[in-house]
Design a protein around this ligand. Structure first.
Ligand SMILES: C[S@@+](CC[C@H](N)C(=O)[O-])C[C@H]1O[C@@H](n2cnc3c(N)ncnc32)[C@H](O)[C@@H]1O
Length: 257
């Protein structure tokens, strides 16, 4: 485990008020918040979107989830949300970061319907064939694949190709949830500051995407209404203002097969 380089999993944990982080993460996270004070709102909006999307997929009858880049467990974990909607729901978490995986293993002890695998999601065969995944998820039935706040920090040649590898493992009725950072209300200076702070972390490249670029991450999927929108605007529980929507600084969409 690298405790000397700031890590986004542990910084994100710090942003959300967790304690699974090291001094180097807290320093980078504080610097991130200094250059971009809107980040706390971003993290909360992103996390709330995850909850709404999972609840929606449960309502559509999906009861299995593969959470790619799941992060350090925090308030409102996918298995808690899904199992509240459907006690039979199953969730496989995947993360590359040892602290995130360690914490997830700890809180999932004794839960026979949720597991975590430490893997690089850029290796879909490894993920899809991991025993924790194959023993838990039945890919002959619909699966909800979650790629929430992960594709923007992933350095891959062909992001739609990576998504397709997971899609090909899924049957009709399956779904994909994506959120991706975007410059909605942040200033160019804030964006530059983010690039500088992230440049020092283990995931130094951040790719913001336009709505069209986010839509291109759903090859072969049909996007559910309202399509690609600022994350806070994706089926909000209550009406939100335009200003709230812009504070998302990221887009969300859900596609189905
Ligand atoms: C910003 S967090 C998002 C966490 C969660 N999906 C959410 O939205 O609340 C990104 C997560 O992706 C993980 N990650 C980054 N690169 C990864 C990779 N190549 N394979 C698996 N996980 C990765 C990080 O460790 C981190 O936990």
């Amino acid at each position: 485990m690298d405790e000397t380089t700031p890590n986004i999993a542990r910084m994100y944990d710090y942003f959300l008020g967790g304690s699974a982080n090291f001094a180097v993460d807290r320093t980078a996270a504080e610097e991130f918040l200094r250059v971009y004070p809107g980040n706390t709102a971003w993290a909360q909006i992103n996390r709330a979107l995850l909850g709404r999307a999972v609840r929606h997929l449960c309502a559509r009858g999906i009861d299995q989830f593969l959470d790619l880049g799941s992060g350090v467990p925090t308030v409102g974990n996918v298995h808690e949300i899904a199992q509240r909607e459907n006690p039979e729901a199953r969730v496989a978490y995947v993360d590359i970061e040892p602290v995130a995986v360690h914490h997830a293993r700890h809180i999932l002890q004794g839960n026979t319907q949720a597991a975590v695998v430490q893997a690089d999601i850029r290796e879909p065969d490894e993920v899809l064939n991991a025993p924790e995944v194959t023993e838990l998820l039945d890919f002959s039935r619909p699966v909800g694949v979650l790629a929430v706040a992960i594709l923007d920090i992933l350095h891959v040649e062909d992001p739609p190709g990576l998504v397709s590898a997971y899609r090909d493992a899924c049957v009709p009725g399956s779904a994909l949830v994506i959120t991706n950072g975007a410059e909605l209300s942040m200033t160019p200076e804030e964006r530059e500051g983010i690039d500088q702070v992230m440049g020092q972390t283990t995931t130094p490249h951040v790719t913001f995407r336009s709505p069209e670029e986010v839509a291109a991450l759903f090859p072969g999927y049909t996007l559910l209404e309202p399509g690609v929108v600022p994350s806070a605007q994706w089926r909000p529980d209550e009406p939100i203002s335009e200003e709230q929507a812009l504070r998302s600084n990221g887009y969300a969409a859900v596609g189905v097969l």
